[in-house]
Design a binder for this molecule. Structure first.
Ligand SMILES: [Zn+2]
Length: 234
């Protein structure tokens, strides 16, 4: 397999155990099943440190082997928890469905409820929501690369904001705005188009795009420069 960089050079992947970092979290499920450890389902997590900001980000992805409706294999739902140097939570950005970002209000205890059928989270929903039992796994480079390089729907579609958890698209969003997905900018009119599946050519992912104003261009993501680019059709 191609070895791809999974983190911006300015950050550090921490090998500290991340099991205790979610001690102020409770997880529940609304009509959703518990992840099945035997299928490799559960929370995959890694801890990233920014020496410049003196902040940690715990990146967590809840993985289900399949989403029932619409059916496709491999379903991923991220949330990012940001900590200051004293390990106090300073920000929680979570996938509230379809990879849309919602910022939770700061609180002592975070209740995150996984909701059927799309497996997005809702903060503070407890009604009809029993506890979620999920195993935790370390999100290694190998796992991340394998997720990225799958073809079609099962592909993990979070790239630029995953290698850069301090991406402006994650840290400057309003309480309910933005997406964990990559953003391509139309080179003709500046419209932002959210990226879906991309196709690997060498070490670059690419995808033909038509913006809402009917402009056609190609979006590419280079795993080595970690830059998303929009290329005009000639
Ligand atoms: Zn356009």
């Amino acid at each position: 397999m191609i070895s791809l960089p999974t983190i911006l050079p300015e950050y550090v992947l921490s090998d500290r155990s991340s099991s205790s970092w979610l001690s102020s979290f409770m997880f529940r499920r609304f009509l959703a099943g518990n992840p099945n450890r035997l299928k490799g389902e559960g929370f995959y997590q890694r801890l990233v440190f920014s020496p410049l900001r003196q902040e940690y980000c715990l990146q967590v992805v809840l993985y289900y082997r399949a989403q029932i409706f619409p059916y496709h294999i491999n379903d991923y739902h991220p949330f990012f928890v940001y900590y200051d140097i004293h390990e106090n939570i300073i920000r929680l950005a979570y996938d509230s469905g379809h990879h849309n970002i919602t910022i939770a209000p700061l609180t002592e205890k975070y209740i995150m409820t996984v909701r059927f059928p799309w497996h997005g989270y809702k903060h503070n929903q407890t009604a009809f929501s029993p506890p979620l039992k999920a195993d935790k796994f370390r999100l290694t480079n190998d796992i991340l690369q394998a997720w990225w390089l799958q073809i079609g729907k099962p592909q993990f579609k979070l790239r630029s904001k995953f290698v850069d958890p301090w991406h402006p698209g994650l840290t400057t969003v309003l309480p309910s705005a933005g997406s964990f997905r990559d953003e391509a900018v139309c080179p003709y009119c500046g419209a932002i188009v959210l990226m879906d599946t991309m196709y690997l050519k060498g070490t670059t992912l690419s995808c033909p795009i038509m913006c809402p104003n009917q402009h056609e261009f190609t979006a590419t993501y280079d795993f080595f420069s970690m830059i998303m680019q929009s290329i005009e059709l000639t």
